[in-house]
Write a protein that binds this ligand. Structure first.
Ligand code: UD1
Ligand code: CA
Length: 459
């Protein structure tokens, strides 16, 4: 394939979104909508990608700041798609080759489809290729007008079309491949003498046809790929389509989903085979899940590495953490950033962890807070244990050796170090280091007052 650059049109406001946020920054599959066409342009090898921005252009610029290969073109007044492309001329200065034109609000286009269009465009020596599709109800779209013999001659907008032209069901997706030298010459000469008073990009096709340059309609069989997002109903539909694609891919690779319509996995998350996902599981970011895991309903995992054979029970929330093989988490556990748990670890209900390392086989089964701690292997943390890591000014660490048994309702007032093999008696507030293989106990002695309650009652 030759030299490819891309232009993504994204200057429009998106009035029908009824939003304070510009349309292309609305989230689709957890990322701004515009990142999808940008990603596909990159995947098919676009060396430079020019984003035409206008409404809230600063938000788009900010999002892509520092991203090499992304250039910006300002279109301060939206005078039409042809004018928008003309605005990108400076950003692609000096480029010669094929320009891929995409829309920021047509996010579901697939890499394979664009690669095939680029390949046939190149192989047949076309000047313009238009991605088209057939719609039962083509209302609102530009119609693809062909001469007898099937040669593409022009595209006519709904508002400018004759009744005959309106009956055409092949529509313009708004996605094109155009040779750069022709493109920038043609958009520079557009007129706006049409029903909407706009500079139509689509008019470059009639222009190329007049000059006897080859124009191709490249049909796309899957209409969902060229679906535009104009309002929030379509945004939700696009989200559903994206989910179906991601989930089908995962299921075909060996992941079981009880209800794929209610399973939310961000693109890029990897999951091993024979892992089972129950409804309302949300997996996002740089997350990898091993094989043979079970994730119960309502589990939320972001930026985590989960080993093999791990069970995560209902309602647990995990972020920026790692979990070893065969561990069991939850129900209702909260692993906050920086939790690194070994193999066969058990974290039970209402346990919260943050910035901890926990060795293999250790357990904290109930109602516990472990923060800024280093816990060895085969440690038992009793119910109600708390690491008091914060003195109001600074955070301090708790270090617990291997094979320590911590009874229920223990507080570790950090900084404190507990040697391996020790026993901390229930109810103890640990304020000093504990040597290895020792018992630490700190309780006020119990007093029993015989018959005291009875006497009170009889008063
Ligand atoms: C356009 C096509 C139509 C096609 C349809 C597919 C033209 C004249 N018509 O129509 O044939 O069927 O897309 O969805 O091109 N934009 C700018 N600046 C502008 C105008 C638009 O950046 O001045 C951007 C919009 O933000 C949007 C895209 O270009 O991302 C398409 O613009 P829109 O106004 O939606 O075009 P349509 O009228 O739908
Ligand atoms: Ca549109």
């Amino acid at each position: 394939m030759g030299n490819v650059a891309a232009i993504v049109l994204a200057a429009g406001k998106g009035t029908r979104m009824k939003s304070d946020l510009v349309k292309v920054m609305h989230l689709l599959g957890e990322r701004p909508m515009i990142t999808w066409p940008v990603g596909v342009a990159r995947a098919v090898g676009a060396s430079r990608i020019a984003l035409v921005v206008g409404h809230q252009g600063e938000k788009v610029r900010e999002y892509f700041a520092g991203d090499a290969g992304i250039l910006f073109a300002e279109q301060s007044e939206q005078l039409g798609t042809g004018h928008a492309v003309a605005c990108a001329r400076g950003a692609l200065e000096g480029f010669s080759g094929t320009v891929l034109i995409l829309c920021g609000d047509v996010p579901l286009i697939r890499e394979e489809t664009l690669a095939a269009m680029l390949a046939s465009h190149g192989a047949r020596g076309a000047t313009v290729s238009v991605l088209t599709t057939h719609l039962e109800n083509p209302y609102g779209y530009g119609r693809v007008v062909k001469r007898e013999g099937g040669r593409l001659v022009r595209i006519v907008e709904e508002k400018d079309a004759t009744d005959d032209e309106r009956s055409i069901t092949e529509i313009n997706s708004g996605i094109y491949c155009v040779e750069a030298d022709f493109l920038f010459r043609a958009v520079g000469e557009l007129k706006n003498d049409n029903a909407q008073g706009e500079y139509y990009l689509t008019d470059i096709i009639a222009r190329a046809a007049e000059e006897s340059l080859l124009c191709l309609a490249h049909p796309c069989g899957d209409a969902s790929e060229v679906m535009g997002v104009n309002d929030r109903v379509q945004l939700a539909m696009a989200g559903g389509e994206l989910r179906r694609r991601i989930n089908s891919g995962l299921m075909l690779s060996g992941v079981t989903m009880i209800d794929p319509d209610a399973t939310y996995v961000e693109a890029g998350v990897t999951i091993g085979r024979d892992t089972v996902l129950y409804p309302n599981v949300h997996l996002s970011g740089a997350t990898t899940i091993g094989s043979g895991c079970l994730l119960e309903p309502g589990v939320i995992v972001r930026d985590c590495r989960i080993g093999n054979g791990v069970t995560i029970k209902a309602g647990s929330v995990l972020a920026e953490s790692s979990v070893g093989d065969e561990a069991a988490i939850g129900p209702m556990a909260h692993l906050r950033p920086g939790s690194s748990l070994g193999a066969h670890v058990k974290i039970g209900n209402f346990v919260e962890t943050k910035k901890i390392v926990m060795g293999d086989g250790s357990k904290a089964s109930h109602l516990t807070y472990l923060g800024d701690a280093e816990i060895g292997s085969e440690v038992n943390i009793g119910c109600g244990t708390i690491t008091c890591n914060y003195d109001g000014v600074r955070k301090h660490r708790t270090v617990i050796g291997d094979n320590v048994f911590v009874g229920s309702d223990v507080q570790f007032v950090a900084p404190v170090v507990v040697g391996s093999g020790s026993l901390i008696a229930a109810g103890t507030t640990v304020t000093r280091d504990v040597p290895p293989d020792s018992l630490a106990i700190a309780r006020t002695p119990q007093v029993n007052k015989d018959g005291w309650v009875k006497k009170q009652r009889e008063k």
